[in-house]
Design a binder for this molecule. Structure first.
Ligand SMILES: C[S@@+](CC[C@H](N)C(=O)[O-])C[C@H]1O[C@@H](n2cnc3c(N)ncnc32)[C@H](O)[C@@H]1O
Length: 338
């Protein structure tokens, strides 16, 4: 079994902080097959204009540069047990050349990724071509459980193997058919059959808990809808004055420090709880905690953060920068006690 997988770049907007999720390591664990090592598929063969350095982070200063993920892993597994007996003629037909052997079994592969036209995450034909030649004999069957645009099956047929592929998304059928009809396939006597399954297969439950515990969104993306016209309902006022919305999102009022928590909570319970609110965010705001910091407006346009400042229930948060800081400082000067 061979798995092509790239590690994933976790965006802080979703995960709370930037990090790389080592998906390849997760797969290596506990799969029941013997792990036979991996190949690094270097997808970019030329240096980019920054001389190969990635300019993310505080370029050119340490320590927050990010390694460019311009490679993917090809993980190789072997099912324990006896090897199959292969006919001599088939063995001969499946032979790799010396050059192919040297190149394929080296730890690094260098060729570009495929252009993503009709299907995202399409890989170039060179990838399954190498893997199929390395690990299967002519006449054997290659299984691709995630067919996508059908690259693996197409190449398998070209290499005189049989192919079975599964694809959950019916929209790809057109691309798969197109792919099967191109190139050398029409010269090969292969019967292609599309089977549409009507009944759902119910698989046995497997006991599996991902080891990457924090690969879990801090804020689920569906809780965040940054549109102007989204009205949220406030369903709870928390002890520290944060609001809980009907999407589950927790909101702290941006740029203010509540100084009279009891009065603030009673105001919020009276005028904000169960009401619809709009949220506005700083221009470059990226949430990095398990709550968001926002400017909160009632449907009648009353600006809650500003109201709390004007009424003396809160002061300006001078420890941080935010877009409305100057406005808030002015408002605070004219604050009057309620
Ligand atoms: C990364 S793509 C494969 C791309 C393919 N190697 C190619 O070059 O075209 C993964 C595909 O798996 C499909 N998929 C995801 N879950 C599936 C499932 N449970 N059963 C079958 N296909 C699935 C997705 O719809 C997607 O098209």
């Amino acid at each position: 079994m061979v798995v092509n997988i790239g590690d994933q770049f976790a965006r802080s907007v979703v995960y709370g902080r930037y990090k790389i999720i080592p998906l390849h390591a997760e797969i290596i664990e506990d799969i029941g097959f013997d792990y036979m090592g991996s190949i690094i598929w270097q997808k970019k063969t030329t240096m980019n204009t920054t001389g190969g350095a990635n300019v993310m982070g505080l370029y050119p200063y340490p320590p927050n540069g990010m390694v460019e993920i311009d490679y993917e892993h090809i993980l190789i597994f072997k099912k324990p047990g006896k090897s199959r007996k292969i006919d001599k003629k088939i063995k001969e037909k499946s032979k790799l050349s010396k050059e192919e052997w040297k190149e394929y079994f080296s730890g690094h592969w260098y060729f570009a990724g495929a252009r993503q036209i009709d299907h995202q995450a399409m890989f170039p034909e060179e990838l399954p071509r190498r893997i199929i030649k390395m690990f299967s004999f002519v006449g054997e069957t290659v299984l691709d459980p995630f067919l996508g645009s059908g690259t693996t099956s197409k190449v398998a047929l070209e290499l005189e193997r049989n192919a079975i592929g599964y694809e959950i998304n019916e929209e790809f059928l057109k691309i798969i058919n197109q792919k099967m009809a191109t190139n050398r396939l029409d010269m090969i006597d292969k019967k292609i059959e599309i089977i549409k399954r009507d009944n759902l297969i119910v698989l046995e439950d497997i006991k599996y808990t991902p080891r990457i515990k924090d690969a879990k969104p801090v804020i689920e993306p569906e809780k965040l809808k940054f549109g102007k016209d989204n009205v949220y309902k406030v369903i709870d006022i928390l002890e520290d004055g944060k609001l809980k919305l009907d999407t589950g999102l927790i909101v702290k009022m941006r740029g203010i420090v509540i100084t009279d928590i009891d009065k603030t909570i009673s105001y919020l319970k009276q005028y904000v709880l169960k009401k619809g609110v709009y949220l506005k965010f700083d221009k470059d705001y990226i949430p990095d905690k398990d709550f968001v910091e926002a400017y909160v407006y009632l449907k009648n346009r009353i600006f809650i953060n500003a109201y709390l400042l004007k009424s003396g229930l809160a002061t300006v948060d001078m420890d941080m920068d935010f877009d409305l800081k100057n406005k808030f400082i002015k408002l605070n000067k004219h604050a009057k006690a309620v």
